[in-house]
Design a protein around this ligand. Structure first.
Ligand code: PLP
Length: 405
């Protein structure tokens, strides 16, 4: 089966009592057993049967099975949100005194998790340039327990060579852990590039129009004991399992992901191409505030070829534009009529945000500088609207309504 078919037709673990064709929402905390021996088997994992919904639920299991089939992973665990999936993964891998090699180009809370929360528990980190495999290699030693990166960083839109990094990780016998939120796993096979564990904020592409929060840990089974510790120790003890209602919505979202991703990526590419032409043309108005357009799907982007090799021909729905100043960014946001001023990525509607003052608003100017988060950058998450309507809104907000479109 091709993946789009697989996304829709994943068999239930058990036949539904009413033969429902869409996995019902099992809003039950507990499950009854025929006899005491079966109950003991379920609780001690000798048989696979749900006993308590903090750690297993039929609706959540169905989503996990769908993701497992699509990724060919050996195990998938669904969490309440992306941060729960990421923190559970890192706590499973790291012990006090060990080191996580990662980058400054990380989702804000992931960065803060590593440099503040995990640091407080004695887990160290080294921050490197993931696009420079030699620098990553130089950061390795016996204390390192994992290399962690994002496959397409936000908002820098940087892409690292996963094969090169996995060679470094595997030489030191540690896993390469990749956050693939920005390019969904239906589009690529990161395990073929050497990724051992994939983490995803399924709040974004998977949820199907920002319906619910979710996180996924996709384990390719290359690390002995990882899945057992993740499930039986970290998930059991810390909690954070996905709720059945969220799993229901995310299952429906996963079924339409391929179609949505295609349209959103095509819209993003069309907009990036047209915006790039706007202010580079000789007839560009002298007061045009647009300075740069950053989208990995543009042929002249420095990461274009690598991204195409790793993730396929489309580059997703996230792009950034740089304007003349922070003031110009605020002015642009205030003038938007159709595009929403909101955080989040890969909603059905197009969203715009000024990352430096919002998502990264609590970092100091020096920290922002080190992270390459600039106060002149606007991040756009392109939705399912008609691209002409989006282009028109962006142009009018840039003060270019007189432009010949
Ligand atoms: C949103 C996001 C997260 C966090 O996910 P939540 O579901 O909001 O907890 C982690 N990593 C990346 C790359 C994200 O975009």
């Amino acid at each position: 089966m091709k993946r789009q078919t697989q996304a829709i037709h994943t068999a239930f673990a058990r036949r539904d009592a009413y033969d429902a064709i869409s996995m019902p929402v099992y809003h039950s905390v507990a499950y009854e057993f025929d006899d005491a021996a079966t109950m003991a088997d379920a609780f001690t994992n000798r048989i696979d049967a749900p006993d308590y919904s903090r750690v297993e639920n039929p609706t959540v299991t169905h989503l996990e099975q769908k993701v497992k089939a699509l990724t060919q992973a050996t195990a998938v665990t669904a969490f309440n949100n992306g941060m729960a999936a990421i923190s559970a993964t890192l706590i499973t891998l790291a012990e006090a005194g060990q080191t996580i090699v990662t980058s400054r180009h990380l989702f804000g809370n992931t960065f803060s998790l590593i440099v503040s929360t995990l640091a407080r528990l004695g887990i160290r980190h080294r921050l490197v340039d993931m696009t420079n495999a030699e620098e990553v290699e130089a950061a390795m030693d016996e204390s390192v327990c994992a290399i962690f990166l994002e496959v397409l960083t936000n908002p820098q839109l940087e892409v690292a060579d996963l094969k090169a990094l996995s060679a470094v990780a595997h030489k030191w016998n540690v896993p390469l852990v990749a956050d693939s939120t920005a390019i969904p796993f239906t589009e690529h096979h990161l395990h073929d590039l050497g990724v051992d564990i994939e983490v995803v904020s399924s709040t974004k592409y998977i949820s199907g129009g920002a319906t619910s929060l979710g996180g996924l840990v996709i384990d390719y089974g290359t690390r002995t004991g990882f899945n057992e510790r993740l499930k039986l120790e970290v998930l059991f003890n810390l909690g954070g399992y996905m709720t059945p209602h969220a799993a229901y919505m995310q299952t429906i979202g996963l079924e339409t992901l391929h179609a949505r991703y295609g349209v959103q990526s095509a819209n993003a590419k069309a907009l990036a191409t047209r915006l790039k032409a706007v202010c580079s043309g000789s007839d560009a108005p002298s007061d045009c505030p647009l300075r740069a357009v950053n989208y990995v799907g543009l042929a002249d982007n420095p990461y274009h070829a690598l991204a195409a090799t790793q993730f396929g021909p489309t580059a997703g729905a996230m792009l950034t534009i740089d304007l003349a100043s922070e003031e110009a960014c605020f002015d642009f946001l205030n003038k938007l009529k159709l595009i929403r001023r909101a955080t989040n990525l890969f909603d059905n509607r197009t969203l715009a945000i000024h990352p430096a003052s919002t998502i990264f608003g609590l970092f100091t100017p020096e920290e922002l500088q080190a992270m390459d988060v600039h106060d002149t950058t606007i991040r756009l998450s392109i939705g399912l609207e008609d691209a002409d309507d989006l282009f028109e809104d962006i142009c009018q907000a840039l003060g270019l309504s007189q432009l010949d479109k």
